[in-house]
Design a protein around this ligand. Structure first.
Ligand code: ATP
Ligand code: MG
Length: 245
């Protein structure tokens, strides 16, 4: 479904590519965790998947079609199909829970509707359903700025859900949460993943979480894809190769 063919990304003003000659494919149903030291290229890789980061060389293909050959409309469609969940949630602090969730629909609406915050009753209903699904127990009208980290992350997941995505992309979605909350968020991501038969590709620094939830682990070292296998193969030896200098 998603395919990288010899993808490299060289940031302007740098000499070494952030990711080098990466070739890999992902199919529906896979829950992939991405590991690697800080600076290894994990975020760069995640952002290439839906074209947030343009590639310098190679191709990222969705169902056989390269992102670089797509029309702006087709590119928008790819963005719609990917629900992104970030470490710092990327919510709008002064807006309410339900308003934040509704921004997940922006890709589906006309820009003036977004500007004016025009959402129809069905859309509001689906936002409330998403709140239930992520088991968020706060008032939907509460501003998100005073919510706890775990609650904010649930709002962010609900926002990704009402997009009706085919793909979940996570860039350290639990990095700022305590271990218990991190585990509950991962359980929620995995349950949603299974229910909706998604492709989930998630960067995480916690190897234990990755081994527990992933169906496949990949790892980067200095921009190179150096591991791609099932979690049971990610043993002590692989760990030290990836995390040592
Ligand atoms: N916008 C940018 N401009 C220049 N260099 C960048 C940019 N973004 C990332 N890099 C560099 O690219 C390399 C890979 O960065 P990336 O953020 O993908 O790593 P990462 O594995 O996500 O790290 P971390 O675990 O710290 O988030 C690093 O050397 C980083 O300094
Ligand atoms: Mg990163």
């Amino acid at each position: 479904m998603i395919k990288f063919e010899n993808v490299s990304v060289l940031y302007p003003g740098t000499e070494e590519p952030a990711i080098k000659n990466v070739s890999i494919g992902f199919e529906q149903g896979e829950f992939v965790c991405v590991l690697g030291r800080s600076g290894a290229g994990k975020s760069t890789f995640i952002r290439c998947i839906n074209g947030l980061q343009p590639v310098s060389e190679g191709n990222v293909k969705w169902d056989g079609k390269s992102l670089s050959e797509m029309t702006p409309k087709e590119n928008l469609e790819i963005r719609r199909k990917t629900g992104m969940i970030f470490q710092h949630f990327n919510l709008i602090p002064r807006m309410s829970v339900v308003q934040n969730i509704l921004t997940g629909l922006f890709g589906y609406k006309k820009s003036y509707e977004n500007l004016l915050g025009l959402f129809n009753p069905n859309e509001r209903k689906s936002a409330l359903e998403a709140i239930k699904q992520v088991e968020l127990t706060v008032e939907p009208t509460r501003r998100v700025e005073n919510l706890s980290g775990g609650q904010k992350q649930r709002v962010a997941i609900a926002r990704a859900l009402i997009q009706n995505p085919k793909v979940f992309l996570g860039d350290e979605p639990v990095a700022s949460l305590d271990p218990g909350t991190a585990e509950r968020i991962f359980t929620l991501l995995k349950e949603t993943h299974i229910e909706r038969n998604l492709v989930s590709i998630i960067n995480v620094h916690d190897v234990v979480l990755a081994k527990k939830y992933a169906t496949r682990i990949i790892a980067f070292k200095k921009g190179n894809l150096v591991f791609d296998d099932t979690p049971d193969k990610f043993d002590e030896k692989v760990y030290s190769e990836i995390y040592n200098h």
